[in-house]
Design a binder for this molecule. Structure first.
Ligand code: ZN
Length: 282
């Protein structure tokens, strides 16, 4: 194989286009130009930390300071609620919260604790001002949700369902961060996403500042399932996707609606998770 052949092969492998479309020299020039353009752009707009905007060496990343403040949720944790334990209390031991208030869903997992840094990432995610941020969060969620993505031997692939926004809110914002996270998770993990399976029947007031019971009342009856879409999920497990879980009232209300419609098993996956009483975290 001569040099040009190898060059043709590598170009072919890289962008998968037909070799006859463009002469190799033109493609080499074009790729070189793209690299050059990127370097110039990086010089004019150097890559910035997705949280604090300081200049970083690598695009679409966090600076070392922000990265070090992100707190991944890892074992040991409550197998149901996914809340971290300080020390392991046995593989099947549940958290006090899961025993006192068993949730309607089977398992919840989140990538990071909702501390100051996670909160700043989530608010940027909400307004969609850094599209690459959603990909970053989805990658961390894929790792945190590994257990949920595993399948029983004869189980069909689970379906991802993002928590919907009410139409009026989505119209104002033009973006639903849960949809975007579910879409990226679906493409990274090869799973189907059904954003229209449930919708918000009414606009709920913002949950900020409400107690757990007020939150539960606020979202009760807020969701309804689309009967025609339910047929597509018959016999399949659903993973509800959201950006942040606070008290779990939203994902619980959504789970109840789906369980009421015959869905057999529901798991929940979020980017961040509020853990109350974790000193220095909130
Ligand atoms: Zn930073």
């Amino acid at each position: 194989m001569g040099f040009m052949d190898r060059d043709r092969e590598s170009v072919k492998a890289r962008d998968g286009e037909r070799l006859s479309d463009t002469p190799v020299s033109a493609r080499v020039f074009r790729d070189g130009f793209a690299r050059f353009a990127r370097t110039v752009l990086d010089h004019i707009y150097p890559p910035a930390c997705m949280s604090c905007d300081i200049v970083v060496g690598v695009a679409d990343s966090l600076c070392p300071e922000c990265w070090s403040r992100l707190r991944p949720i890892t074992s040991p944790m409550c197998p149901v609620l996914g809340l971290p334990f300080e020390v392991s209390i046995g593989p099947d031991a549940l958290s006090a919260e899961a025993i006192a208030n068993p949730p309607p869903f089977s398992r919840a997992r989140s990538a990071v604790l909702h501390n100051e840094i996670a909160s700043s990432l989530v608010s940027r995610l909400k307004f969609g001002d850094r599209p690459e941020l959603a990909k970053f969060c989805a990658r961390l969620m894929l790792g945190a949700g590994a257990e949920l993505l595993e399948r029983e031997e004869d189980e069909q692939a689970p379906v991802l369902v993002p928590v919907p926004l009410h139409r009026s809110r989505q119209w104002r914002r033009r973006y639903n961060q849960a949809n975007e996270l579910a879409r990226l998770l679906g493409s990274l993990g090869g799973m189907e996403v059904l954003p229209l399976l449930v919708r918000r029947r009414r606009a709920t007031r913002a949950q900020i500042g409400l107690s757990a019971s007020q939150r539960a009342r606020n979202v009760a009856g807020a969701f309804e399932a689309a009967p025609d879409a339910l047929a597509a999920v018959a016999g399949r497990r659903i993973i509800i996707v959201d950006d942040v879980i606070t008290t779990g009232s939203t994902v619980s209300a959504l789970s109840k609606v789906l369980l009421g419609q015959g869905v057999a098993k529901i798991d929940v996956l979020s980017f961040s998770r509020v853990v109350i009483g974790d000193a220095g975290v909130l």
